[in-house]
Design a protein around this ligand. Structure first.
Ligand code: PEP
Ligand code: MG
Length: 598
């Protein structure tokens, strides 16, 4: 039954060679990789088992309901995604996903789990116990159709357990070198576990171009394609697949002709990279002599070498979420301090901007699951600075570690998702308390204290930039979230990815407003969203007055090349024409014309 469905789910064949299948998706991280597929399954999740007290039963039931609601959302999303599959595949997969959805709506499984929770069992163990009972009953019926349903029930159970534990799928440590990771959804926490020495690239059914999974893939230099319908069920572990991260294509069993074409492109990329590496030691200076600061965004400490190698002048954004991912406890002050100091030492005097925890929405952390909850809309919920201000001990440990590390080298502290002045004042109060405590502990505190800056990534913050500039030391404009919140387009949602547009005049006006507020107040302002690493945007950002950019290390050489080719007077004129426009299409055309000619 299942095998039949999988056969039916195959997309149309393309290419002359027998067996080659081509899947289309969003090319989110450039490059080409060919290797054995490693399909991520959900069955390997560790299931904790413990008793819960009577006064915790209500909360446990709520946790289970949230996991069910999340599973329903995931299944509806997958169904939408597979609706465009060719032939009978959409119908077959839709039928399967409907069956899974039914099992989550007032079913025997749901009722059974709720009963076990009421008896004092934790939700994960209750799901596992109930699923095995129901699946065994079905399997015992000695009927091929019912046996297939037993498998479906196990898949639904795995999904629920994964949602409850928020566990990454696996460690990716026993792979053959060059493996291509394939999954329904690969989270930033999953991606953080991928070692580029073993992993060649990644592909998933879900995910958008500005999702953190995509950002992490770009940072690690792993070719990646997301939003690929039909992957699961067609690709099996061990199959040879090729990823084209520029064209957004996945080739299953690539033909000899395809392999030859990809190899030629790979050789061209290598030649270009070699040429760009010559720029490494040259300054990022425009043709008319204006120096631009180019720094690197780090997702993981192990990217530092890559950043230094690419000629970064410092770390413009250290995303500290990695500290909280793939573990079930929280990092304490000392652990964080040591990591920050190691980075500072690795930077040999170059500056680092460390951002406090920005977890939430697509950036989940198992260790914080109890604090984060699901919320109706996680992107607008208790996340980032809001979570840090609610869970003060998290913020205090992080600020103390950063301040102490600041005694070892130039470190700035950056606050994510700030939307009101009050939040900045509250953080300053916590900071004062932390400093007093450090003094009492006779710990070395730098004098002056590290500068405190804010991310400008919420429209409300951009429009309050003149007031913010009076009480902070610097701005970092986060265009990823600024675009998302201005246009109400989820950056990780592949179905609306075509509407995500940083060149929308509303986004550009907010960038301009915040930049001018910073320049008037004479505080540093940088852009650290993904557009900072795209040379197409370089003339526009520089033309708006930006002189500092921070980006994935892999993007540095191309942006530097663009800067060295650029005349700032011409770029400023181009930016000023663009800022008079109201049509995003016209803006894109003007920018493309400028990039072709200048
Ligand atoms: C941004 O939002 O542009 C940004 C740099 O932060 P992050 O991508 O980590 O949300
Ligand atoms: Mg952001």
């Amino acid at each position: 039954m299942k095998a039949e469905r999988e056969r039916a789910a195959r997309p149309r064949k393309r290419g002359p060679a027998k067996g080659e299948l081509v899947f289309e998706g969003l090319g989110v991280s450039p490059g080409i990789a060919v290797g054995p597929a490693h399909v991520v399954e959900g069955g390997s999740v560790h299931v904790p088992e413990y008793r819960i007290e009577p006064d915790q039963i209500e909360a446990e039931r709520a946790r289970f309901s949230a996991a069910v609601a999340k599973a329903q959302k995931q299944l509806v999303k997958l169904k939408g995604k597979s609706a465009n599959l060719p032939g009978t595949a959409a119908e077959e997969i839709g039928f399967l996903l409907d069956a899974h959805l039914q099992m989550l709506t007032g079913s025997r499984v749901v009722r059974g789990v709720e009963k076990l929770i009421e008896e004092g069992l934790n939700a994960e163990a209750a799901v596992q116990a109930e699923i095995s009972k129901v699946a065994q009953d079905f399997a015992a019926l000695d009927d091929a159709y019912m046996a297939a349903r037993a498998q479906d029930i196990r898949e639904v159970g795995d999904r629920l357990i994964r949602n409850l534990t928020q566990t990454p799928y696996e460690a990716f440590s026993h792979l053959s070198p060059g493996s291509i990771i394939v999954g329904e959804e690969l989270t930033p926490a999953d991606t953080a576990l991928m070692n580029p020495e073993l992993v060649g690239g990644l592909a998933a059914v879900l995910g958008g171009a500005e999702s953190h999974t995509a950002i992490m893939a770009r940072s690690l230099g792993l070719p990646a394609v997301l939003g690929v319908a039909g992957l699961i069920g067609n690709v099996r572990s061990g199959d040879v697949i090729a990823i084209d991260g520029d064209g957004g294509r996945i080739y299953l069993n690539p033909s000899t002709k395809t392999l030859a074409q990809l190899k030629t492109r790979q050789a061209e990329d290598e030649r270009e990279e070699k040429q760009l590496s010559r720029l490494k030691k040259l300054p990022a200076i425009t043709r008319d002599g204006i120096a631009i600061g180019l720094q690197a965004n780090l997702e993981l400490p192990r990217e530092l070498d890559m950043a230094m190698d690419a000629g970064a002048e410092g770390v413009g954004l250290l995303r500290t979420e990695f500290l909280y991912m793939n573990r079930d406890d929280l990092p304490d002050e000392d652990e964080q301090y040591k990591i920050y100091v190691e980075l500072i030492e690795g930077l040999s005097g170059r500056p680092i901007t460390a951002r406090t925890l920005d977890v939430g929405a697509d950036k989940l952390a198992y260790s914080l699951a109890a604090h984060l909850g699901g919320g109706i809309n996680p992107a607008l919920g208790l996340r980032a600075i809001r979570l840090s201000l609610r869970e003060r001990s998290l913020l205090e440990a992080q600020l103390a570690a950063m301040i102490r590390a600041g005694a070892h080298g130039p470190l700035r502290i950056l606050l994510p998702m700030i939307s009101t002045l009050i939040e900045i004042r509250q953080v300053r109060e916590v900071l004062d308390r932390v400093v007093r405590r450090l003094h009492r502990r006779r710990v070395k505190v730098p004098d002056p204290l590290p500068p405190i800056g804010v991310m400008i990534e919420v429209p409300g913050a951009a429009l309050s930039a003149d007031a913010f500039a009076q009480i902070v030391d610097f701005f970092a404009i986060g265009t990823n979230d600024l675009t998302m919140y201005t246009l109400a387009i989820d950056r990780g949602e592949e179905q609306v990815a075509h509407l995500y547009n940083p060149l929308h005049p509303a986004v550009l006006r907010l960038i301009q407003f915040a930049t001018e507020a910073a320049l008037r107040a004479r505080i540093p302002v940088s852009v650290c969203g993904e557009i900072a690493g795209d040379p197409r945007y370089t003339p526009l950002l520089l033309g708006l007055g930006i002189r500092e950019l921070s980006m994935a290390a892999t993007a540095l050489p191309r942006v530097k090349q663009r800067i060295r080719d650029l005349d700032l007077v011409a770029a400023t004129r181009c930016a000023s024409t663009i800022m008079d426009q109201s049509d995003p299409g016209r803006i894109a055309a003007l920018l493309d014309d400028f990039n072709t000619l200048a």
